[in-house]
Write a new protein. Structure first.
Length: 369
């Protein structure tokens, strides 16, 4: 199925994002008085916040960003199997759970800077013109180390939550999805809103709001146990508040979410910090890019595959970046792309995210406890 595409300007879309009041709704199930939540896996970051901030020296940040194009080669091969037709596997029970929240602006903000140029549907990603202004500043860089101590990078976004201190991202940005359970979460996870290369800075980059280090981590058990790319490559983590701030959402705002509404959405905005792209040479992991267009069911003919697909040439490093409505409600997170038979070479500009249904509702409910 092909969805007809409209030409909406990003400036208009971003304006709409700023005018929606913040609300938070509880999860519901379409035909179940007692909805059953899918299981989630939780973990706690072992190191204290200051030691994690100190760990991320300029050299380590640079190494994490440099690793993005190469350390995702194995991940691309693992994800490739998902792009093939399902071979008779039964789909997990779909309870039809739903959860929705509207985005909020940073404290004291009633407007924001936006591009003056109208931008039509855009699968060729463009650099965000004002990455340190609302609403773009809600999207930030995620840094972490794996169990071997290697530095890596991803993308994520501040999201509305009861604590006001939550980041939404992909499951593979905080856990390898290898069956290692609660002990398998990555460590030294850090979120940097307003991240931007700056050769004049002593660190080589800007971090105007500092480094927000993870505390509680939550991912679907379908991800931590099996690495399920179709329905479970999503996660959230709470962050410790640096000195001088009251909360993450007060500082930079927070995106809303719309979970359980399917995979088809018109006029989405896809954002992230890609370290490379499809036929691109200008992406280095330090700059925030965005695409606009439609989100579609990746395999409308296959009821076992409800992944979200967008036309966007961002690549590795953009993982975890939000796919959101013009009202800044997250409907998925960047997960993977299609490759040729070698499992490495990218096939096209399609970018996929897991369906944000029951598992997403279970994650946001757990993070809100």
């Amino acid at each position: 199925m092909h969805i007809s595409r409209s030409r909406r300007t990003v400036s208009v879309a971003l304006l709409a994002m700023a005018l929606i009041p913040a609300t938070l709704t509880t999860a519901t199930a379409a035909e179940s008085p007692s909805p059953v939540m899918p299981p989630v896996t939780t973990g706690v970051q072992a190191d204290d916040a200051q030691s994690v901030r100190d760990f991320w020296t300029p050299a380590r940040v640079k190494k994490a960003v440099a690793n993005e194009p190469k350390d995702n080669a194995a991940f691309a091969r693992k994800a490739k199997a998902v792009t093939e037709p399902a071979k008779g596997a039964a789909k997990e029970t779909d309870w039809g759970l739903k959860a929705e929240a509207q985005r909020i602006l940073p404290t004291g903000k009633t407007t924001f800077a936006a591009s003056a140029d109208g931008v039509p549907e855009m699968p060729v990603a463009r650099e965000v013109p004002f990455p340190q202004s609302a609403p773009a500043v809600v999207v930030g860089k995620i840094l972490f180390i794996d169990k071997a101590g290697q530095e890596h990078g991803c993308s994520g976004a501040s999201v509305v939550s009861r604590s006001g201190n939550t980041v939404w991202t992909a499951g593979h940005c905080i856990h390898p999805g290898d069956g290692s359970g609660a002990d398998g979460f990555y460590e030294k996870i850090t979120f940097i809103p307003g991240f931007k290369k700056n050769a004049g800075s002593p660190d080589g980059y800007d971090a105007p709001w500092g480094k927000w280090t993870a505390t509680k981590k939550v991912a679907p058990t379908e991800w931590t146990a099996d690495g399920d790319f179709e329905d479970a490559d999503m996660a959230a983590f709470n962050v410790a508040v640096p000195s001088g701030y009251t909360s993450l959402t007060a500082a930079v705002g927070g995106m809303g979410y719309r979970f359980g509404a399917g995979s088809d959405f018109p006029d989405v905005i896809d954002s992230g910090f890609p370290g490379e792209g499809y036929n691109r040479t200008d992406m280095d992991g330090f700059k925030q890019f965005y695409c606009t267009g439609n989100a579609e069911d990746a395999s409308n003919w296959n009821p076992l595959d409800d992944r979200v697909k967008v036309d966007c040439d961002m690549g590795k490093g953009a993982s975890g970046g939000p796919i959101a409505t013009p009202e800044a409600q997250i409907i998925s997170a960047n997960s993977h792309y299609e490759t040729e038979d070698d499992g490495v070479t990218r096939k096209n500009d399609d970018l996929f995210g897991s369906e944000h249904g029951d598992n997403a509702v279970a994650v946001i409910n757990e993070i809100n406890k």
